[in-house]
Design a protein around this ligand. Structure first.
Ligand SMILES: [Zn+2]
Length: 852
């Protein structure tokens, strides 16, 4: 009889409909089951799903499906991070409205997600650009305002000249470029809104210890970004003026080696202290530095530049006169905006002093004597040339010098953070309006709760340039002050989209609540997220902001937990086969794989040979693989199996068509195994445990249950879980007796274990076996430890020292177990019948002797 063929396209759409009708993915609210909240970072609705999305969501889906089968009530939602510049830019390009463009994209991406068979509770879908969501973003903004954590100030900001907007520090990359447009970021002074994340710096740092299931790498990145240093503020007076300069240093032990003081060019003292003959050079330098990005100014490998101000400071410890300079590498926003220059003991100061001929005075030595310094000595050691501290160990001297400075009123110990307040206002249209009214009488007035949400006006002209588009709409801007009735103006800036995504995981717990952002009982029930999955590129942006939001809302009494994400998995990138022409430069060097013959890769324009390698899939490299096409060719289950099998979740994955084919063959093999079994309709014979073949199959079945259950717990070794499925399918294929009970158990087990990974084919084959329930609601399996036992020994049974027979028992049995096996054996029962056993002597690995 010919068996049916595996046709994924048919069965996948069929089962997706069935699951939707059965409402299998709906979140169970009323239940005494334990909760599990599985969440993937929600996407920006760009319009098309890429392989990176597929990987992220499939990992979370396999975990969510496993947890449901394990008996958890699972919350597995999906939404859209839908505000932001790309929609506004796309709308300008296409002469449409950002809302229209965004909602079209959402429709398209939702249907793409549904084709992958992801078990989302679509009843909880949210989009951050919908008024019923941003109503609560505005409400939360006012909570921050009320807590004194939202404020406005004039600030030097990162200005993106292409997108014509302000960027947060986190949105400027290491080359000083906008994370979005790639433009070289400039500095401007503007009045902006900030969130006071610095109030939580210490907690955000300390509580990293509460996250043992986060990747170390992410925690280190956050710790470095927060950048706590313990140092000292020291005050230097000026030789010919009343002003004082306060410097921040982490090395007070080097204070006797100070040979100059440096101010940031933006430091307000610069104008006051610069002497007339240096005004011109200082002025020129200040404007030169204003155009350089913070990153360039502080980069390790860039030369440091500076000029002398003509002013002189006095080192209070030595009474020495030291010159005051300004230099590009000192930032006004960091510390006090002034540092002391100790070239002998700081790498950067050494370079600077050598370049400008400033004195280099050594005050710490490693072994007793001072030698000629060829580079800065930055280690600890013994103090020299340091007056009363000479001979001390420099670590001890650090504490002693702080104490001495405090006694004399020259300075004090101080904790310093690198983290700056979060700049949250944007001069663009497609964002959440800031719910503030500026009144000439009352100043900043929050919009009353009853007037929320402040909706984005729809009839607006978008140009992509200049101030906020909202400012042009007078009918929207001009309002009466809600407090005194005076004509007033609305705030025209919108919020950074990272605010929208800082609380969306909370909203999923109560996504449709029209009265509050979320009910306390619901958010405290579902949160924290048990497993969060997303890209490591969010290590310091989204993940830090979300932790900050959680702590603030906890302190406002809205939540009862400290951290939003219990476990974090940062999945690796998906890399595609990439062709580049080494003869070409920049973007032109990448040749789209669609234009290349893989057997002989050449540049279609020039005929030159191409280099072949792997790189993260991207439009610019033309090395992407469309999920749509893979589904059309192989089906969603094969794609899911491939992305889960090809690499451990946290490692990069190379897209390899041959391995996709491998998964196609594997699912076809499972299809054959099960359909042949179903059609053979065997009359099951009860096989005794003594049959070795049967025992081996049983061991393979229970090993697979044990290993896959472990792989799906904790660190999620999803790739090895699929290897275990392959081993079990091999064992079934090789089994010589396909009509035994054990074989039937093996087939069923294979499908149950496969279900979280390839849910469509597992559902189809399960129903083909005549099961009426849906396999996805089946209980997960527990392994039988006795079936795993590999080695047996021959146990001799003696009665009064005489050998009467032997039996096979597990090798690992202890004395008690051996006696039990022996007593229950046929041999013993025959010889001991009607007799009283006085004692039994068990010799492990050998025999049991009954004395009667
Ligand atoms: Zn007013």
């Amino acid at each position: 009889m010919e068996t049916s063929k595996y046709k994924p396209q048919e069965i996948e759409s069929k089962w997706q409909k069935v699951w939707a009708e059965l409402k299998l993915d709906q979140t169970l609210e009323q239940s005494d089951r334990p909760k599990f909240y599985a969440l993937s970072m929600f996407p920006y609705p760009s319009g098309s799903l890429h392989m990176g999305h597929v990987r992220n969501y499939t990992i979370t889906d396999a975990i969510a499906r496993f947890k449901r089968m394990e008996g958890f009530r699972v919350l597995h939602p999906m939404g859209w991070d839908a505000f932001g510049l790309p929609a506004e830019n796309a709308a300008i390009d296409r002469n449409t409205h950002p809302a229209k463009w965004t909602f079209q994209n959402i429709e398209q991406m939702r249907s793409q997600l549904q084709q992958i068979g992801l078990s989302y509770d679509w009843d909880r879908e949210l989009a951050t650009c919908s008024p019923d969501y941003y109503h609560w973003t505005q409400w939360l903004f006012l909570e921050f305002l009320d807590a004194g954590l939202a404020y406005q100030k004039e600030a030097t900001v990162n200005w993106d000249p292409i997108d014509q907007t302000v960027l947060a520090n986190e949105q400027v990359d290491n080359d000083g470029r906008s994370w979005r447009s790639g433009a070289k970021v400039e500095k401007r002074k503007l009045r902006q809104w900030f969130f006071k994340i610095t109030d939580y710096a210490e907690q955000l740092l300390q509580d990293l210890d509460k996250l043992p299931h986060w990747p170390e790498r992410v925690k280190t990145m956050q710790a470095n970004w927060i950048g706590k240093s313990i140092g000292t503020e020291l005050t230097f007076s000026l030789s010919n003026a009343d002003e004082k300069i306060t410097v921040f240093t982490t090395r007070p032990d080097t204070v006797y080696g100070v040979s100059y003081v440096v101010l940031a060019p933006e430091h307000p003292l610069v104008q006051q202290i610069t002497t007339p003959e240096y005004k011109e050079s200082v002025g020129a330098f200040v404007s030169e530095v204003a155009s350089i990005s913070e990153i360039d100014r502080t980069a390790e490998d860039k030369p440091k530049k500076g000029v002398f101000t003509g002013a002189i400071a006095i080192n209070p410890f030595t009474n020495q006169e030291i010159p005051i300079w300004i230099a590009d590498y000192v930032l006004f926003e960091y510390g006090t905006g002034a540092v002391m220059g100790v070239p002998a003991h700081d790498v950067r100061d050494f370079t600077f002093a050598t370049q400008y001929g400033l004195p280099i005075q050594q005050v710490i030595v490693s072994q007793g004597e001072s030698q000629e310094l060829k580079a800065a000595y930055t280690e600890s050691g013994t103090m020299i040339n340091s007056d009363r501290f000479n001979g001390l160990d420099s670590l001890t001297a650090k504490t002693e010098i702080i104490k001495y400075a405090e006694e004399n009123g020259w300075g004090k110990a101080r904790i310093q953070f690198r983290l700056r307040d979060w700049l949250i206002s944007r001069q663009r249209y497609w964002g959440c309006p800031i719910p503030i009214i500026h009144c000439p009488e009352c100043g900043i007035v929050p919009v009353p709760d009853a007037d929320l949400p402040i909706k984005l006006p729809e009839n607006i002209e978008l140009t992509g340039r200049g101030a906020s588009p909202l400012a042009q709409l007078e009918s929207w801007v001009n309002v009466k002050c809600p407090s005194c009735g005076t004509p007033a103006k609305r705030e025209t800036d919108t919020m950074d989209t990272f605010i929208d995504s800082s609380w969306y995981y909370l909203r999923f717990s109560d996504a449709k609540n029209p009265k509050e952002p979320f009910a306390k009982t619901k958010v405290n029930d579902w949160m924290p997220v048990d497993q969060y999955v997303g890209g490591v590129e969010h290590a310091i942006l989204h993940l830090l902001y979300s932790r900050f939001f959680t702590k603030v809302l906890r302190d406002r009494g809205l939540l009862n937990f400290d951290e939003p994400f219990q476990r974090l998995l940062t999945q690796g990138m998906v890399q595609g086969l990439t062709y580049s022409n080494p003869q070409k430069e920049g973007k032109d060097k990448w040749i789209s794989s669609a234009l290349v013959n893989p057997a002989d890769p050449r540049d279609p324009e020039t005929g030159e040979s191409l280099e072949v390698g792997y790189a993260t899939m991207s439009k610019s490299k033309g090395n992407g693989v469309s999920p749509q096409q893979v589904i059309e060719k192989y089906g969603a289950d094969v794609m899911r199996m491939f992305v889960l099998f090809k690499a451990p979740p946290e490692k990069d994955l190379e897209w390899d068509e041959a391995d996709v084919e491998g998964q196609w063959r594997f699912l076809n093999r499972i299809w054959r195994l099960v359909t042949e079994f179903a059609e053979a309709n065997p009359s099951i014979t009860n096989v005794s445990n003594k049959n070795l073949t049967d025992k081996n199959l049983k061991r393979a079945i229970h090993t697979a249950i044990k290993e896959i259950s472990e792989d799906l717990t904790g660190d999620y070794q999803l790739n090895t879980a699929i290897s275990e499925l392959m081993k079990l399918s091999n064992a079934l294929q090789d089994s010589s007796d396909k009509s035994s009970n054990t074989y039937a158990e093996g087939i069923q087990t294979l499908l149950i274990l496969l279900a979280p990974f390839a849910p469509h084919i597992a559902s189809e084959l399960w129903s083909m076996l005549g099961n009426n329930d849906c396999i996805l609601t089946h209980n997960w399996l527990k392994h039988d430890p006795s079936a795993l036992v590999v080695d047996e020994i021959t146990l001799v049974i003696q009665i009064n020292g005489k050998v009467r027979g032997n039996i096979q028992v597990p090798a690992s049995s202890d004395k008690v177990a051996l006696e039990e096996y022996a007593r229950n054996s046929e041999v013993a029962q025959k010889y001991l019948e009607g007799k009283e056993v006085k004692r039994a002597i068990a010799v492990p690995g050998k025999l049991v002797n009954f004395v009667v």
